[in-house]
Structures are given as C-alpha cells and as structure tokens.
Design a protein around this ligand. Structure first.
Ligand code: NDP
Ligand code: ZN
Length: 351
C-alpha cells in the first residue's frame, strides 16, 4: 500500500509498505477523511520526538472498517468510524490509573505517527478496536468528524484540565484549531469572559464565533499588559496554552490568580526549560497549578464529543478553511500546516 511518510528528519515523501496485519482485537481501516496537524510539523521539522525513518505520518482520520479481528464485538467491515489520535492499551496499569494517554509509558497511548505507522495511507491499523473507535453519527459529515480525532478533544482537554467553571475569566494563548476548540470548550463549560491570543484575522474571527469576548494580538505588544489593562488589573481564573513558545508559561503566571490553573496542551517542540518566576508563583505558596496534557483517547470520549456535533451544540465547520479531494493532496495539506498562510485554520483531505 501507499503511504505518506517521514523519511527522516526534515524529509517527507510517498513510500510503499505492506498492508498492516489485523490482530484478534484490532481493526484495519481505510481512510475517508484525514487532516494534517501541527504535531506532524513538530515531529518532522523540529525532530521533537527524535528521528523516525519511513514512518507513515498522520493521526487524524475518519474511515471505513475493512477488517476486524475475531474478538471485536461492536464493529464490522463497512462501518464508518471516527478514530481518536490517541489509541491507548486499555489493559495497561496507567489506564487503570486514569492515565490511558500514557499506557505503557510516557505518551505511549499516542501510537499513530509516533510509535507505529499513521493514517496517511491506503489502510491503517487500530489496536483494541472496541475501545478505540466510535461509530460516525449519520448526520455528521466525514469532514466535520475528522476534527473529532484531535482538534476538539485536545482543545476541550485544555478546558477540562483547567477546570473551567461558569462565570470564570479564561485566557487562551494560541488560537489555531486547538486553541479555538479550547475557546469553544471553555465557552460550553460556562466561562464568562474569554481572552483569545493570536494574530491572524481568520483565527480571531473564528475565536469570536466560538465565544471569545476579547481578542489580544501578541504582535502588538506584551500580552500580559494587554490582558491586565482590559481586565482592570484583575487576574484571570484560568489560562489555557495552545500556542506560542516556552515564554507562554511566564506570561500565564503573570496574569493568573492565586489558586488558578495553567493548562497546557501545546506540543513543546523546542527549547529546554520552562522558567517559573518565584514571585509570580507566589513564592512557591500561591496554590497555582501548572498541568500539561495529551488529549484523551477512547471510544466513550469520542461518542460524547460526536454527540455535540450530532445535536448541533458545536459547529466545527469554521475550522475547515482548506478542503482537498484525493490522497495525493496530503502533502499539500501538510505543507500548509507547516507554512501557516494567513487564511488557514485547518485543511482536510477526503479520499
Ligand atoms: P497553530 O500553529 O495553528 O496555532 C498556534 C497559535 O499560537 C496561533 O494562534 C498563533 O498565532 C499563536 N501564537 C504563535 N506564536 C505566539 C506567541 N508568541 N504568543 C502567543 N500566541 C502565539 O497550532 P494548532 O492549533 O494546530 O496546535 C496547537 C498546538 O497543540 C501545537 O503545538 C500542536 O502540536 C499541539 N497539539 C497538542 C495535542 C495534545 O494532545 N496535547 C494534540 C494536537 C495538537 P497566529 O498564527 O495567529 O500568529
Ligand atoms: Zn493532530
């Protein structure tokens, strides 16, 4: 089969591989829609995970089941399914501790395009199919549903880890597709005021659509000053980091209240250390939590999130700025994610 791969650091291209084999609990899926991700960019062009040779990229897909193992109960060939980017081993001890993202070790629930071939191929393999796939609701398009693989669960995970509650003030640093879903997730959880930090107009307009009350452009000066001025010098309750660099943590600490939560979902692709200001962290006694999380995988989470689309509580179509037909366009989509033209939020490729 054909697949679009990381050949080595800084180099991508098409390769031929054997079609993956299906284990007794697994499924083989043919993609119907995929979306390239900023994480693929960190992996290939920043070497954030280290070198990978001829590893098929991609982890965001909706597809049609072509084969299932003899122990799979709820899925059959022909079913249309959403596959989360994270596909944990559900029997691992980490999963029993509520940390399925790290089943088998740090970040090891993240298999596609990390520790095994990803979804940019004619076929791909899903481990533990009953636990790691969800049926596509009949009234949700494959293009929309592919946003459920990673963008919606990651942005919402940012809001969940921040424990956003009704009436709160939240700052979201970075409003690419992930940050936009952090805005939407905070809005659904009842945040009253949401500061959205980004510079591109297309993202700013989408942030307003998803519930941002204030737009902050990091290219127009210090974001902490801009937020403090707009918020009449009051600190914010929560900060979600979904973009920017390591400096975002220092900025977050400058605007957060005592007991506030800084929730990072940004994939920190470069730099070595995060600076924590002793003073801004309340001399170590400010009860300020800093948490960073990989999105949760699993069928149940996917079913809940797809309910939001099926019942029109969440409209992800605003994220889809570039649509391509045909597998050969995966490369174009990925290069868009790398170059981030001003009109881009997220590309989707249908097969
Ligand atoms: P994008 O690159 O599309 O968005 C990044 C955002 O950050 C943009 O709004 C950009 O602004 C903004 N930004 C850039 N520099 C700064 C800065 N110095 N200060 C403040 N804001 C800044 O990324 P995605 O939304 O696609 O992904 C966000 C991150 O989430 C990535 O690192 C990705 O790898 C990661 N990720 C993490 C997952 C997880 O499970 N934790 C899963 C999926 C993705 P603008 O472009 O408008 O100038
Ligand atoms: Zn992704």
């Amino acid at each position: 089969m054909k697949g679009f791969a990381m050949l080595k650091l800084n180099e991508v291209g098409w390769i031929e591989k054997e079609r993956p084999a299906c284990g007794p609990k697994d499924a083989i899926v043919r993609p119907l829609a995929v979306s390239p991700c900023t994480s693929d960019v960190h992996t290939v062009w920043e070497g954030a995970l280290g070198d990978r040779n001829n590893l098929i990229l991609g982890h965001e897909a909706v597809g049609e089941v072509v084969e299932v193992g003899n122990l799979v109960k709820d899925f059959s060939p022909g079913d249309k399914v959403i596959i989360p980017a994270i596909t944990p081993d559900w029997e691992a001890v980490e999963s029993q501790m509520g940390l399925s993202q790290h089943s088998g070790g740090m970040l090891c629930g993240w298999k596609f395009s990390n520790i095994k071939d990803g979804v940019f191929a004619e076929f791909f393999h899903v481990n533990e199919a009953d636990g790691n796939m969800a049926h596509l609701p009949p009234n949700v398009s494959v293009e929309e549903a592919v946003m459920l693989s990673d963008m919606v669960p990651t942005g919402f995970h940012g809001a969940q880890n921040a424990q956003v509650a009704y009436g709160e003030t939240v700052a979201v640093i970075g409003i690419g597709p992930v940050g936009l879903m952090a805005v939407a997730g905070s809005n659904l959880r009842g945040a009253a005021r949401i500061f959205a930090v980004g510079s591109r107009l297309v993202c700013q307009e989408a942030a307003k659509f998803y519930g941002a009350t204030d737009l902050v452009n990091y290219k127009e000066g210090d974001i902490t000053r801009q937020i403090q001025e707009a918020n009449k010098k009051k600190p914010v309750d929560k900060v979600i980091i979904a973009g920017g660099d390591l400096e975002a943590f220092e900025q977050a600490l400058k605007i957060i209240r005592p007991g506030g939560i800084i929730s990072n979902v940004n994939y920190l692709g470069s730099g070595d250390y995060i600076k924590i200001s002793r003073l801004d962290w309340g001399l170590g006694m400010g009860h300020i939590k800093i948490v960073g999380g990989l999105m949760p995988g699993g069928r149940k989470n996917m079913e809940y999130l797809s309910n939001l689309l099926a019942w029109r509580k969440l409209d992800v179509s605003r994220l889809l700025t570039h649509r391509f037909k045909g597998m050969e366009n995966i490369e174009k989509g990925l290069l868009l994610m790398k170059d981030k033209p001003r009109d881009l939020i997220k590309p989707v490729v249908t097969f």
